[in-house]
Design a protein. Structure first.
Lengths: 238, 479
């Protein structure tokens, strides 16, 4: 596989052909913010937080979906990009009811961390305060739509890693919701294996283990690297 | 010509309220009422949320006594799970509850009421606060602040946060108690006991200089209600309800707090957002009762710790039967602080506290759960109903301050009648006398955000009304 050389934030880096800008930048210690990307899962470019400026292109590009090219010049952290990212986080916070103070993941939430990192000390947009359900029908896990940012990590991990494809997205626009099977309560899903991978990859407290109280939960994603590496190396095939 | 005095906002209390005093042609007080002007609606906010979230959510009812709400809510959750929690979890909850009673009482006594008591009811209003106290007696004021810090520090180290600790939930607590925490807490004890003794001595020596206030700021017969342990001793976390009357006779005992609705009713009046609880067998308003420090000391047969027991025996001699002067809430508060400090020291030697089994594992087993404990201001009840998945369908909170509502109104009226006389040369009233009306409220250390579970800023207003026309309106910004 050939190597490409490109400039990211003034730094010359090398990347493998076919690698995304996001991945190449992270390998070189340049951490582009993201919420929907998770190493080991396919990319969908849903959250738009990893948008970057590329010389010669008028539009901003999602770095998780854009492949590196020779002599590419990329900027990941300009004032304009920071303003865009801040607005995206504000939009996410205004869209549903994110109340950190009573959330199981308070203190360990990717959305909360990103908001802090981007200096979101208030939301300039009018909160929508939608009336959304909490699904506690599953024996071990709960789903709180109020905290869901529709990153679809749960959908991808369930489909690509667990192979159950219990999760999907129904509805359009602001009516979009993650659903189990054809919209049945999670506890009645015939395809769910109760493996809990969706809960661990969820960046917020939308998917949580039941019985946890405020700020009581920490997510462990170590399993993902283990499974994906083992699969790539065909460790389980005799 | 009738007139009306409105005190708005009432200062140096926790919450937002006003007092209205009606004055007739002769200048005599015809009626006086305490209005709580907040409305919040926590009972609605929690609907549709998981019951495991309730301790964290309900703690937000109050920033002064969040631990009480966390504990009552956790206990309601324990009942929903149908479990008996591990002993270490129970001991941790007890420890943090003692710490909270101590810090809340320190706030009430030193920050809110001591300026009246030590500087005088008639001292200049701009100096009648904690800063005035600091200027007058720096050591005493600092000790008060340090006492509060001690309580807050225990809450922080055990519960994870000074305000709204979320470490306790249905089934137990989430972190183990350590030797390092014990050592830090123990290092405070000598100073804490010394400061409380100092304050007790100071208050007791001052009581004789307030004969008027002592006998006319909320001195009336009523029932007293509090939680006691199996032997009838002082209890804050878990026990049964005991009720005594003003003669000290036991009206009821061994009442199960989870059946509170069978013996306590709630009436409402159109002038306040706060309800008026009463003891059902006596009806409303005859069944009105007082809760909190004064009630706990009247109800308990003994304290159970040596220093507090000595003070309690002396305290009980101040009344015939029960001590009925609400002014003695202050003294009761200091005795309770002593008891809490002793209990905290005792707990540090309890090996159960250090056990690593801190959480009972269970899923939802009941649809209705009730938790109660003694909050700094009195008995607190949380009553939850959930659906088959554990989502809240309804909540009912019975708050300590609300249970003192009738007594606060009676105290305001009694104080106004006794002290409020118009100045001859003007339509005005002496400021120090108006302050006494506010002080009647401060005896109860009301927490109005709790009692209405309401949204609002902290203000209190006194209004003087003449035939419906407001003659004078005394307003002050928050305490």
């Amino acid at each position: 596989m050939s190597v490409r050389t490109l400039e990211v934030d003034g730094k010359m880096i090398t990347a493998l052909e076919g690698q995304t800008i996001f991945s190449a930048a992270w390998d070189s210690g340049i951490h582009i913010p993201r919420l929907c990307h998770l190493g080991g899962l396919s990319d969908v470019g849903a959250c738009r937080l990893c948008l970057v400026e590329i010389d010669g292109q008028k539009r901003l590009q999602p770095s998780c979906m854009t492949k590196v090219a020779e002599d590419m010049v990329v900027r990941t952290n300009t004032p304009a990009l920071r303003a865009h990212r801040r607005l995206i986080v504000e939009l996410l916070l205004a869209e549903r009811n994110h109340v950190c103070s009573v959330c199981v993941l308070n203190g360990a939430c990717e959305l909360q961390d990103l908001a802090a990192q981007l200096g979101v000390d208030h939301v300039r947009l009018r909160p929508q305060y939608p009336t959304l359900d909490v699904d506690l029908s599953h024996d071990r896990f709960g789903l709180d739509h109020n905290r869901c940012i529709l990153c679809t990590r749960c959908v991808r991990v369930c489909d690509e890693v667990e192979g159950a494809h219990t999760w999907d997205v129904a509805g359009r626009g602001k009516n979009s919701r993650v659903i189990t099977d054809l919209g049945e309560p999670w506890g009645e899903s015939a395809s769910c294996t109760s493996c809990g991978k969706c809960v661990q990859v969820c960046p917020t407290g939308a998917l949580f283990s039941k019985g946890k109280t405020v700020a009581d939960m920490r997510k462990d994603r170590g399993f993902l690297r283990y499974i994906v590496t083992a699969r790539e190396k065909k460790l389980w095939i005799a | 010509m009738n007139r009306c005095i409105r005190i708005e906002p009432v200062t140096r209390i926790e919450g937002h309220a006003k007092i209205t005093i009606e004055v007739d042609e002769t200048g005599a007080v015809s009626s006086a009422r305490f209005h709580v002007t907040e409305f919040r609606g926590f009972e609605k906010i929690c609907q549709g949320r998981p019951f495991q979230e309730m301790p964290g959510l309900m703690a937000r009812v109050c920033g002064i006594c969040p631990v009480s709400h966390v504990l009552a809510s956790s206990k309601a959750g324990d009942m929903l799970l149908g479990v008996e929690i591990p002993r270490a979890a129970e001991k941790q909850r007890r420890l943090v509850n003692y710490a909270q009673v101590l810090q809340s009482h320190a706030l009430s006594f030193f920050h809110l009421s001591a300026p009246d008591l030590l500087l005088g009811f008639d001292s200049p209003a701009p100096k009648r606060n904690i800063f005035g106290l600091l200027a007058e007696d720096q050591d005493f004021a600092r000790r008060g602040i340090r006492l509060r810090q001690f309580g807050q520090r225990i809450i922080e180290t055990v519960g994870g946060k000074r305000i709204h600790p979320g470490w306790s939930g249905p089934g137990g607590v989430s972190r183990q108690f350590t030797n390092a925490q014990r050592d830090e807490i123990l290092s405070w004890i000598p100073e804490v006991l010394e400061s409380i003794h100092l304050a007790l001595g100071r208050l007791k020596s001052l009581l004789d200089s307030f004969p008027e206030e002592l006998n006319h700021i909320g001195n009336f017969p009523s029932l007293f209600l509090a939680t006691v342990n199996d032997e009838g001793g002082l209890e804050y976390y878990d026990g049964t309800i005991r009720i005594v009357d003003s003669a000290g006779n036991c009206i009821a005992e061994h009442l199960d707090p989870t059946r509170y609705s069978t013996f306590l009713g709630e009436a409402s009046e159109d002038y306040s957002y706060m309800k008026f609880p009463f003891y059902r067998p006596f009806g409303y308003p005859q069944g009105h009762y007082r809760v909190g420090p004064l009630a706990r000391l009247n109800v308990a047969r003994f304290a159970g710790t040596s220093l507090a027991d000595r003070e309690l025996r002396e305290f009980k001699q101040r009344g015939e039967g029960a001590v009925c002067q609400s002014f003695h809430y202050h003294l009761a508060r200091l005795i309770e602080m002593l008891h809490c400090a002793e209990r905290i020291e005792e707990l540090m030697a309890d090996r159960d506290l250090f056990d690593d089994n801190i959480h009972a594992k269970a899923s939802l087993n009941r649809r209705e759960g009730i938790g109660s404990c003694e909050a700094p201001r009195g008995t607190l009840f949380h009553h939850y109903w959930v659906d088959k998945n554990g989502l809240m369908t309804k909540a009912d909170l019975l708050i300590a301050t609300a249970q003192n509502n009738h007594a606060m109104n009676a105290s305001v009226e009694q104080t106004a009648r006794r002290f409020l006389k118009p100045l001859e040369e003007s339509n005005d009233f002496e400021e120090g006398m108006v302050n006494r009306v506010e002080a009647a409220i401060r005896c109860y250390d009301p927490c109005l955000s709790c009692s209405t579970h309401a949204l609002g800023r902290m203000r209190l207003v006194v209004e003087i009304v003449n035939n419906g026309a407001v003659l004078r309106r005394l307003t002050r910004s928050g305490a």
